[in-house]
Design a binder for this molecule. Structure first.
Ligand SMILES: [Zn+2]
Length: 205
């Protein structure tokens, strides 16, 4: 028999020794993202650390954030570099919703869970209470102060081209289509129409 225990095992032993009412009051603090701006990019400085704390595959979190924030990015050691300017509040909201969707047990709220994939379905398995639930992805469509507004002018960078040849720019969660814009161009546009996360802009200069 070995006397060596890893941290997780010790933690589990401590938890198991707690009376039931103490366990249920245990609260998990969702890690705070350290967000800074660097030129045209937004950096989550402690991305790797967050992944470790919530015990999830960094690539899984990465894909979720790219999809939810509607941007592109790269993982650089502990950092995640996101294209464009995204407010710290918006980044945190996505981190929060990731944790609520993929980490915290829907039954008991424990973060001591595991993500499994069975027949393409992601299942959240709780090690604390044994609950097994398919992941219910929640789509956050809440309106924020940094939302685009129709008729307002924004400066954006055209990062892609659509199939029809329109320029595409990203702004927070938005994909903006700009007629007549070229890839790589930085343009001032007036927003002419917004539909959920898709917007249309007209070049003004
Ligand atoms: Zn549970």
């Amino acid at each position: 028999m070995t006397e060596l225990y890893d941290y997780e095992m010790l933690l589990k032993r401590v938890r198991d020794a707690l009376p039931e009412n103490v366990k249920s009051h245990e609260r998990f603090d969702i890690p705070k993202a350290e967000v800074i701006r660097e030129g045209k990019n937004t950096i989550i400085r402690n991305f790797g650390t967050i992944a470790k704390i919530i015990n999830r595959d960094p690539m899984h979190i990465y894909k979720y954030l790219m999809r939810e924030l509607g941007t592109a990015g790269t993982i650089q050691k502990d950092r995640l570099v996101l294209k464009g300017h995204i407010s710290p509040a918006m980044v945190q909201r996505r981190v929060d919703s990731y944790v609520r969707t993929y980490v915290l047990c829907y039954e008991c709220g424990s973060p001591d869970t595991e993500l499994r994939k069975e027949d393409r379905v992601e299942i959240l398995v709780c090690k604390a209470c044994g609950a097994m639930r398919p992941v219910q992805a929640k789509i956050d469509v809440r309106v924020s102060s940094e939302n685009l507004r129709e008729g307002k002018i924004y400066e954006v960078e055209v990062t892609d081209l659509s199939r029809d040849g329109d320029g595409i720019a990203r702004y927070g969660p938005y994909t903006i289509y700009i007629h007549g814009a070229r890839k790589g161009q930085r343009v001032k546009i007036k927003i002419t129409k917004i539909k959920k996360n898709v917007a249309f802009g007209q070049i003004v200069s």
